[in-house]
Design a protein. Structure first.
Length: 289
């Protein structure tokens, strides 16, 4: 029997403003391509919208939480957001555990907490404690609700150092090891194989984006990481894969990421897509096939 879905984009943001005018058309493309989508919250408003979207479409799911760059005030430019994006300023939200607990209880399609973690690229060094507090609070809620974590991890700009002197991956691992009782995913993975193994030992997986379709630096780590410990994602609206570079990224482009994983690993597209569906079903406790 044919699967309900051929692919799943495990990390997208159809809940962001850049999709306000045409999210329905984008979802229809996903349905036509048999692509399931997990939309990930970045703050209270976008988390609530992820839940609303999941209620409207059977193939959509939601992860809710507070992105580390939203914990501190800051402005993010169009170059970082991508084509069609508008400059926005994060206001510095405090993670409200009661709000997210109630939001999670409102829908069975909430499948995780996040994205949370450390971002040293966009933020100043004096924001570390604020980011850490929000991170720990989200881990505690995930433990309470027995939901997996969606982890954001980004190192400083080239030539700069982190607040701790460590990589963001090392700092995230330290906090997870101390506090987390649930599994999760390290999204948009750009670390080393040795760092990935640290997370595997905690029951976490890693995911790859469209970057692997145009940056050969990822080839060796994609080869090395076992297929049953990875996911494919788009991080829409960011980093469109080839052949869509320079355009707004959409979740159905995840097929290009899966195709590249299959190419790098010298496996059939069917074998890879099937295993990635199984991986998502296991971590997020959903039925895709």
């Amino acid at each position: 029997m044919k699967n309900k879905h051929q692919y799943i984009d495990t990390h997208a943001h159809l809940n962001l403003a850049i999709f306000n005018d045409d999210y329905q058309a984008v979802v229809e493309k996903c349905v036509s391509a048999a692509v399931a989508v997990i939309n990930v919250g970045t703050k209270e408003s976008t988390s609530a919208k992820a839940v609303r979207l999941a209620a409207l479409y059977p193939s959509l799911y939601a992860i809710i939480g507070l992105h580390p760059i939203q914990t501190v005030p800051g402005t993010h430019d169009e170059k970082e957001i991508g084509p069609g994006g508008k400059v926005f300023a994060s206001k510095g939200e405090v993670f409200n555990k009661d709000f997210y607990r109630t939001l999670a209880a409102s829908s069975k399609k909430v499948v995780g907490i996040g994205e949370c973690g450390f971002d040293y690229f966009h933020t100043t060094k004096d924001s570390y404690e604020t980011q850490e507090a929000a991170f720990i609070a989200q881990i505690e809620l995930a433990n309470e609700l027995n939901l997996p974590l969606m982890i954001h991890t980004r190192d400083p700009k080239p030539g700069e150092t982190s607040p701790t002197g460590n990589s963001a991956y090392e700092d995230v691992h330290k906090v997870l090891k101390q506090y987390s009782k649930v599994p999760g995913n390290i999204h948009f993975y750009a670390g080393t194989y040795e760092q990935a193994k640290m997370f595997f030992d905690l029951g976490f997986t890693v995911s790859f984006t469209g970057v692997i379709t145009f940056a050969t630096a990822y080839d060796e780590i994609v080869k090395a990481i076992p297929l049953d410990l990875m996911h494919a994602e788009t991080d829409s609206p960011f980093v469109s894969p080839i052949p869509f570079r320079g355009q707004r990224c959409e979740p159905h482009y995840v097929s290009k990421v899966v195709e590249k994983i299959a190419e790098i690993k010298s496996l059939s597209l069917y074998e890879v897509s099937e295993q990635l569906l199984k991986n998502a079903e296991k971590l997020y406790k959903i039925s895709l096939r």
